[in-house]
Ligand binder design. Structure first.
Ligand SMILES: [Ca+2]
Ligand SMILES: [Ca+2]
Length: 294
């Protein structure tokens, strides 16, 4: 009877016990309070095309970098994130690119046939990325509203001794490049990419360099593109506990004992989010606390 109000003392001879809903536990009622996600927060989906020359390390900069030579390519594709963005899912990624003048094209999960491994350095405040045995895959990076600079986050390693491409969820940091590939695990489960705090933009491109090792560059010999269908998953709005400070029964007492059920309503409960303050959907009304009696 945690947090409840027992009124049985008012009618002990009859054994009527009136139980008032667990007002102080209304967070446990979240099933009925927060299941109704605000329709304004519905998922947003869209499609973009990522050119094979899109340089992910150009994210947030005016021009893409190419300290390794071979051409800086193009600025990456930018997706502006709504303020309530919680995660991004890539529902379908198709197309092919070539690292090398049209030879040996590969899909979004990256190439294998040329035997390269990716181990590119960080540049301009954006982390490098590693993937032993894989190259030229779809790559992303989240940024806040500013131009990246300073020390970059650690490079993520998606190789066999690292994260691999089998993760179901990934939580990259701001300015930390990450493998997207086709957005699905090898067993075809869609992967969830959590949006880091403060992120306002997601950039899509590729991570290239001479032999995919060292300084980035060598974008200008790339061909093809990836077509990317993505979905932005909104977060739930913040939920606050109802305010029970003014809660009171609408009957001061149950008397005299007469073997009859007596409905009692608790008034004065409010919710700062405007959520209904009933329970279980069993007859309570908005603006009232739930009541049960037996
Ligand atoms: Ca290239
Ligand atoms: Ca994949």
């Amino acid at each position: 009877m945690k947090g409840g109000l027992v009124v049985s003392a008012l009618c002990p001879l009859l054994g009527f016990i009136l139980l008032v809903g667990l007002l102080s536990h209304s967070r446990a009622n979240a099933g009925s309070i927060t299941n109704g996600v605000d329709p304004a927060l519905s998922k947003a989906s869209a499609s973009v095309q990522v050119d094979g020359r899109s340089n992910v390390f150009g994210a947030g900069h005016a021009t893409p970098p190419a300290p390794g030579g071979g051409g800086a390519g193009l600025l990456p594709v930018v997706i502006d994130l709504p303020s309530n963005a919680a995660a991004v899912k890539f529902l379908a990624v198709s197309g092919e690119v070539s690292c090398c003048g049209g030879a040996d094209p590969n899909g979004p999960d990256g190439g294998t046939v040329r035997g390269y491994s990716t181990n590119l350095f960080s540049v301009g405040g954006i982390s490098g990325i590693q993937f032993q045995g894989r190259y030229q895959f779809l790559t992303g990076v989240f940024l806040d509203a500013g131009e990246p600079g300073g020390a970059a986050p650690n490079s993520l390693d998606f190789g066999p001794s690292g994260l691999t491409d089998s993760f179901t969820e990934l939580s990259p940091e701001l300015r930390q490049t990450f493998f997207i590939g086709d957005g699905h695990t090898p067993s075809a489960d869609v992967q969830t990419f959590h949006v880091p705090a403060g992120a306002t933009r997601l950039f899509l491109g590729l991570a290239d360099g001479l032999g995919f090792i060292g300084e980035t560059g060598y974008y200008d010999d790339n061909t093809g593109f990836f077509a990317v269908d993505f979905e932005i998953v909104p977060g739930l709005p913040p939920n606050h506990d109802p305010d029970c400070n003014a809660a009171a029964a609408d009957l001061p007492e149950l008397w005299p004992p007469n073997h009859r059920f007596v409905p009692v309503t608790i008034l004065g409960v409010t919710d700062p989010d405007g959520d209904p303050v009933d329970d279980l959907g069993d007859g309570g009304q908005a603006g009232r606390a739930d009541q049960r009696w037996r």
